[in-house]
Design a protein. Structure first.
Length: 346
């Protein structure tokens, strides 16, 4: 039935047109209902120095819900300004934790976070590793994760509280998406609005110079959106989060978060069109060629689309084809760190 529906939709709606990048980004931002948010009343909650890094735990308000918590990490004793990176945590079906998936506070990671890092991050907190290479790295919780999570009734059971919460939150995401739609925005639009606010805050700091962003999976989606919607983002790294929508039909759609489906986008362009709407500004896409969440045909079609978008600036688009499952492992991280250094430290 979906294949037949696709044919009708293509005929009647003219799916996946090729709008110019700025026009596509503006139209997609409007269609998704991206909120205009500001990181207000920023407070430094605590500071620490450990493992060669100076850390700040920050909090701010975006105007609704609990205060956002964030970690700002940079080399110990570093004198700014340093190039900045907004490090965007993944989805991974884990909403109990947000920034902690990719950045350590003074307490270190929980067992659940350690397990996740071993599975998809090569066993390390990539935000801290990036900071050690001379960057000021901001990792913040976003809508429904960590400090921004919903209070949910969590049943008793043998699992940890974090794992039990994540089980409940998994069944709650469609409720969040429906409420966002009823309010004229979308799950995508709320998350993107909070990321835009975080990036604007990082740029406002006197100890930060040029700013980029990077993320894996759901964090890669957030990086794609931030790069498309914020012209102040100098360089973007998207890891293991790229395919054409049209190739995901019939087996891959159901594997993904509601965030990946901003309303109306297929009538404006395909997902790689939006990721590449920032052309000719620098973009790195890392394709995990054994990714169980994305079909290989979709990844290769996406690469072609992005390459076409960057035809006038081919050196600004870096494609990495890694023979790995869904992950941002250590070699992928090192490629990304070097590339970010080239584009942010000049």
């Amino acid at each position: 039935m979906f294949a037949e529906l696709e044919g009708v939709a293509r005929t009647q709606l003219g799916l996946y047109p090729s709008l110019p990048g700025p026009e596509l980004a503006a139209a997609a931002r409007e269609a998704a209902g991206v909120l205009d948010l500001v990181a207000a009343d920023v407070r430094v909650e605590r500071t620490w120095t450990a493992d060669g890094l100076d850390g700040e735990e920050l909090s701010w308000s975006v105007g609704f819900g609990p205060r956002t918590r964030a970690y700002l990490l940079k080399p110990a004793g570093a004198n700014g300004p340093l190039p900045g990176v907004v490090a965007l945590h993944c989805h991974a079906g884990m909403k109990w934790a947000g920034k902690e998936k990719i950045a350590d506070g003074p307490e270190g990671p929980s067992p659940e976070v350690r397990r996740l890092r071993e599975e998809i991050y090569g066993g390390r907190a990539f935000a801290g590793e990036l900071a050690r290479r001379g960057f000021a790295v901001l990792a913040h919780d976003v809508f429904v994760w960590g400090s921004r999570r919903f209070p949910l009734d969590v049943p008793d059971g043998p699992l940890s509280e974090a794992d039990r919460y994540d089980g409940a939150a998994r069944e709650h995401e469609h409720v969040v998406a429906k409420h966002c739609a009823a309010l004229g925005t979308s799950f995508t639009g709320v998350v993107a609005g909070e990321d835009l606010a975080a990036a604007a805050y990082l740029r406002s700091r006197p100890d930060v110079s040029a700013v980029g962003c990077a993320g894996l999976s759901g964090g890669g989606l957030r990086a794609a959106l931030l790069g498309a919607f914020d012209p102040g983002i100098r360089a973007v790294v998207i890891a293991a989060m790229m395919s054409c929508f049209r190739d995901m039909l019939g087996g891959h759609v159901e594997k993904h978060t509601w965030m990946l489906w901003p309303p109306g986008l297929p009538r404006l362009g395909d997902y790689p069109d939006l990721a590449a709407a920032r052309a000719p500004r620098p973009l790195m896409v890392q394709y995990a060629m054994r990714d169980e969440l994305f079909p290989e045909d979709g990844m290769r079609r996406a690469h072609t689309i992005i390459g076409d978008r960057y035809a006038q600036a081919p050196d600004a688009y870096a494609a990495v084809f890694a023979d790995v499952p869904h992950s941002f492992d250590v070699p992928m991280q090192e490629r990304a760190f070097d590339w970010l250094g080239e584009h942010l430290k000049g």
